[in-house]
Design a protein around this ligand. Structure first.
Ligand code: ZN
Length: 735
């Protein structure tokens, strides 16, 4: 039997359903506040029988859904890692939250009618759940843990919110963003992260290369080397490795002593779980000098940790049985006869405490400010190892969060401004971790995890400059194009249809691991200038468009309009940064009326041009002419934008270089007072009122390489790379 009961408060209805045969009573409270588009559903199941029973529940479980007249054209999100949108709505999509699905919400939308349907689990307790969609219009949130009910007992489930409104998936993402930030205490990036424009993961050269370099001390260190480290002879040489490239933050692997004891330099069976600094490069004392030197040139050093891999020949296992430590995904899991290492169970307390102590020790010994726990990307994993005494092999998400909490606490005890990253991204990792690697390409639209959890940061792994500028990531190199992270048939066969494809404008690649040949861009510099907008991560829900482009071209052109309190910023253009044949007229979905002028910056050359803002009955438009642009749209209180000569800054060691600095004329602006720094090199004057000329004075002893020029103060920060070339380079080769 069933009946509706109108609640004592307006907008509340209760459905009672009695299943006499099974002795269960279901109460479903539905609350729809006036003026809202979100319906809250609360389910309680009571055992009215005389025997204990078990229940599982899906709330909501909806079938036969469709938006508009053609449900086949409906689209939906897919929330693996940072997530994507634009997948077919009614296809098999979804999976276990914190494993295949990074946030507890789901949304479908109809581009033709702008109808949208979303569902959110408002679940502070982070219970196990599956979020999925299926053909024919099915969509549910399913709590798959068995709940035991004694006679008379009741089980309640987290509030599910249903949103029926107009827009697209971002309506649900923004609703979740508000709830998530209000419910959990999240980790925000430290101030130094705003200065990070570029990022890379790099390996310390192997013991043989180090020994060869040590035997040949006179050999000069190349300025730019294929392997970023070059032939270093001590950890104290690491600043030279930074000067060889143009990365603000580098994360180093193969720094551990196990590399020396085993001679093994590889991405597999690679770590021993101990992470002592290598003796052949001077140990912890040399690493501390190296980190200090890296900081002196205005860069940052991070350390890689394999969170799971421990080699069987590690001292860690002396007197211990590795089988008692390993993760067992199935009850019959065994150690392979040819295994060189095992994966540790991250839920195991002893390993958690060891990892936390190790992370604290590494920061304390080295002064490094960043650790990334590789091999940690999912929280939902099972472990059946009887030696671990897990209460349930399926309830280990709280244990994984406890691992992150312990690691973070150990890092905080040394340096609260240090950053913790993982390999893959899940929203609740942001309780303790700062972010994860951007591995899967999110496509032309903003990545759902970026929009819903803006405090959670992304560092590019495969992302090129264009996709980084569309997602607010620090890019992994100078190439306009993204290297990997697009769908393959193999991935689509595992994870369902609708993964993002490589843009059709991309040039052909030699193989899947090389970067596609494309223009080199400098978004990594502009990201620092526009850090306020990047950290706020509050783009307009509707993206900018070029009405003149047809649909196919439109997938090759993408734009984002970033909002921040003092300025808006448009990042847009061809996804391979191919220059358009003629100016493109870009329609802005919105713009504050107090934005009166605009400046287009070419992300390739840093050339600028003033742009007229055209406000018409059809909308607001700006023209863009570059391959990929950043267009500053300042509000009246926007700090001045500093302009430097866009030509490459190159200086011979022992000589000085004059750099002209000015500011883009904006009404009501007084000339900005700024600070000029080139960490590692002398710059005078250190403080100036713009316009001014900064004289950068090098000495014959200045180590050749790439240095950072920073202008800060009453302005949007400016960053440029300055290259010092050896004094001995013949005049003819000198730029
Ligand atoms: Zn375990």
């Amino acid at each position: 039997t069933s009946r509706f009961v109108r609640g004592p408060q307006e907008g509340r209805l209760t459905l009672e359903l009695v299943d006499a045969a099974h002795g269960l009573r279901f109460e479903l409270d539905a609350t729809l506040p006036d003026g809202d588009c979100a319906l809250d559903l609360d389910l309680t199941i009571r055992n009215t029988g005389t025997a204990p029973t078990c229940v599982m529940a899906a709330i909501p479980h909806l079938t036969g859904l469709g938006l508009g007249s053609d449900p086949a054209a409906n689209l939906g999100v897919r929330l693996r890692d940072v997530g994507q949108s634009r997948a077919p709505a009614w296809s098999l999509q979804g999976g276990v939250y914190t494993r295949d699905w990074s946030m507890p919400w789901n949304a479908v939308y109809d581009p033709a009618t702008k109808g949208t349907l979303g569902m959110i689990a408002l679940d502070e307790s982070i219970r196990n759940k599956i979020l999925r969609r299926w053909p024919g219009g099915g969509m549910e949130i399913f709590y798959f843990d068995k709940v035991r009910l004694a006679p008379g007992a009741a089980a309640s489930f987290p509030t599910s919110q249903l949103l029926v409104t107009s827009g697209d998936w971002k309506v649900t993402a923004r609703r979740y963003r508000e709830w998530f930030a209000a419910t959990f205490s999240l980790r925000h990036p430290p101030a130094w992260f705003a200065e990070i424009g570029s990022y890379s993961g790099a390996w310390i050269p192997g013991p043989k290369e180090v020994a060869a370099a040590q035997a040949n001390q006179a050999r000069p260190v190349p300025q730019a080397t294929a392997t970023p480290a070059g032939p270093i002879t001590s950890f104290a040489d690491l600043p030279r490795a930074y000067l060889g490239g143009r990365f603000d933050l580098q994360e180093w692997a193969q720094y551990w002593q196990g590399v020396v004891t085993t001679g093994h330099v590889d991405a597999f069976d690679h770590c021993d779980g101990i992470y002592e600094f290598r003796s052949d490069l001077g140990g912890a004392a040399a690493m501390r000098r190296g980190v200090a030197g890296v900081e002196r040139i205005g860069r940052h050093l991070g350390l890689y940790i394999g969170a799971k891999t421990v080699r069987l020949d590690s001292d860690f296992f002396r007197g211990r049985d590795p089988r008692a430590a390993m993760a067992m995904e199935t009850p019959d899991a065994t150690l392979r006869p040819d295994a060189k290492s095992i994966w540790m169970c991250l839920s195991d307390e002893a390993w958690q405490d060891h990892l936390a102590q190790t992370c604290g020790r590494l920061l304390r010994e080295s002064g490094a400010q960043y650790i990334r726990l590789d091999e940690l990307g999912e929280l939902f994993e099972t472990c059946h190892n009887p030696a671990h005494h897990h209460a349930s092999p399926y309830d280990l998400v709280p244990c994984k969060l406890e691992l992150l909490r312990k690691v973070r606490a150990a890092m905080d005890a040394v340096d609260p401004d240090s950053m913790l990253f993982t390999e893959g991204g899940v929203d609740v990792m942001n309780l303790h971790a700062n972010g994860s690697l951007g591995i899967w390409n999110a496509g032309a639209d903003i990545a759902p995890l970026r929009l819903a959890v803006p405090s959670y940061q992304g560092l590019a792994y495969h992302y090129g400059q264009v996709d980084s500028a569309l997602q607010g990531f620090a890019p992994a190199g100078s190439s306009a194009c993204t290297r990997q992270g697009f769908v393959t048939e193999h991935h689509e066969s595992i994870w369902g249809v609708g993964l993002e494809r490589k843009p059709t404008c991309y040039p052909p690649q030699a193989d899947e691991w090389t970067w596609p040949p494309a223009a080199d861009l400098q978004w990594d510099l502009l990201r620092v200038t526009f850090q306020e907008a990047m950290l706020a991560c509050d783009p307009t829900d509707e993206n900018p468009t070029v009405p003149a482009l047809d649909a196919r071209d439109h997938d090759d052109w993408a734009g984002r309009l970033w909002r921040s309190p003092r300025y808006w910023l448009l990042t847009c253009g061809n996804r391979a940064a191919v220059k358009p044949a003629r100016a493109l007229r870009v329609r802005l979905p919105d713009l504050p009326t107090d934005v009166a002028q605009a400046l287009e910056i070419d992300t390739e050359t840093l050339q600028t041009r003033p742009v007229v803002i055209e406000r018409t009955a059809d909308g607001t438009f700006v023209d863009t002419v570059f391959g990929f642009s950043a267009v500053l749209l300042p509000r009246p209180d926007c700090p001045p934008l500093v302009l430097a000569d866009p030509r490459p800054l190159v200086c011979r060691a022992g000589q000085s270089l004059e750099v002209g600095l000015s500011s883009w004329p904006m009404p009501n602006h007084t000339p900005p007072h700024v600070r000029i720094d080139v960490p590692g090199i002398e710059a005078s004057p250190r403080q100036a009122d713009l316009p001014a000329t900064a004289a950068i004075q090098t000495t014959k002893g200045t180590v050749p390489g790439h240095y950072v020029l920073r202008v800060t103060g009453d302005c949007l920060p400016l960053k440029r790379w300055l290259e010092v070339v050896p004094a001995s380079v013949p005049q003819s080769q000198s730029p």
